[in-house]
Design a protein around this ligand. Structure first.
Ligand SMILES: [Zn+2]
Ligand SMILES: [Zn+2]
Length: 342
């Protein structure tokens, strides 16, 4: 089968990099696994972290963890009813199921957590295999390609909203407005109808897009919104927004950072942290790490119930590197999705 392979860190400078298109053996499903003929795979900022080495995969690996497709073969000990189902695969490829974190419903923090497209091959390929316990039937009414960004951008956005302990009536701030935030905004408008949502984004096109999708206010990252947000979700890859978010929070406010890694270029921003201004008044800070199966399932259900409209930009299979380069250059409106060949 055809697959895009990441086999070294860096590689932006390669004429046909950072990923290489290869012919590789088509995987066969093992015990408890299904094989999926991939229709589409969402392109995530985490791929940039893998390419740059901030989240280093064992090389070589096929990236991609927002996979939609159809089960075409089942391994042993898998019910036949899975054959032909339209399914999705997300970032969580497996967890041990026995450790204290798994037993308390936080399998995203399992020490044996394995990630799709990082620890095991992902969806930038014609086929992939997955443990059937970590595969999700897609909701009805969603065009499969449009469902791809729900599997990471959406699911982790939903987890961020839960960790933020958002409630109706509170003001929600979204720092950065990429694939995840554009879904969180739509979800928040439905789940918290009395709340106001303010969006902080560097580019004017992102701010305009946020207003189109129902944000009450949009400004640059250091601008002051009409209401201080009680909750902020930071989805940007930089450090300076953490400080800007803490500063913007209302007393008793809570910041949730939704990023697998922060790029380190402006790490000095922490040195400017002013205790009285930025942290005092019982402000809270949390990060979000990975997703659980419950996050993915619940979010897929909510997306269908509320008719969320993922804004997608599709790329033909041979354009994977172009999609990644555009993401790297922050040319973003909604979510990028790589189509399978053929
Ligand atoms: Zn992702
Ligand atoms: Zn575990």
């Amino acid at each position: 089968m055809k697959a895009w392979v990441l086999d070294r860190t860096g590689g932006w400078d390669l004429p046909d990099g950072p990923l290489s298109l290869r012919e590789v053996p088509t995987p066969e499903p093992g015990l408890g696994q299904v094989r999926i003929r991939v229709w589409a795979c969402g392109v995530c900022h985490t791929e940039l972290d893998e390419i740059d080495g901030r989240a280093a995969p064992p090389h070589p690996v096929i990236p991609g963890h927002q996979i939609v497709g159809e089960v075409d073969t089942i391994g042993s000990a898998v019910e036949r009813s899975w054959l032909g189902r339209r399914v999705g695969v997300a970032w969580i490829a497996s967890a041990c199921g026995r450790c204290p974190r798994c037993l308390e419903g936080r399998e995203n923090l399992c020490p044996e957590f394995r990630a799709t497209g990082l620890d095991v091959d992902g969806g930038y390929a014609e086929y992939c295999v997955a443990d059937v316990r970590f595969v999700y039937p897609l909701p009805q009414g969603f065009e499969p390609v449009r469902a791809a960004p729900l599997l990471c951008a959406g699911a982790i956005g939903y987890r961020s909203l839960r960790l933020a302990e958002m409630r109706d009536g509170l003001t929600l701030g979204l720092m950065g407005f990429g694939a995840s935030a554009h879904l969180v905004l739509q979800l928040a408008r439905r789940m918290y109808p009395s709340s106001r949502v303010v969006v902080f984004a560097r580019s004017e096109s992102e701010r305009d897009f946020a207003i189109q999708l129902g944000a009450h206010w949009a400004g640059d990252i250091h601008e002051v919104p009409p209401q201080a947000p009680d909750r902020i979700i930071d989805t940007t890859p930089v450090w300076s927004t953490v400080l800007a978010s803490l500063r913007a929070l209302a007393p008793g406010g809570r910041l949730v950072i939704n990023a697998i890694r922060k790029e380190s270029s402006d790490q000095d921003a922490w040195l400017k942290l002013d205790y009285a201004r930025d942290l005092w008044m019982e402000k809270q800070l949390s990060t979000v790490a990975n997703v659980t199966r419950a996050d993915v399932r619940e979010f897929l259900g909510l997306a269908a119930e509320f008719h969320l409209q993922p804004e997608i930009q599709t790329f033909a299979f041979h354009e994977a590197n172009q999609a990644l380069r555009e993401l790297y250059a922050r040319r973003i409106r909604g979510a990028k999705v790589l189509l399978a060949p053929g």
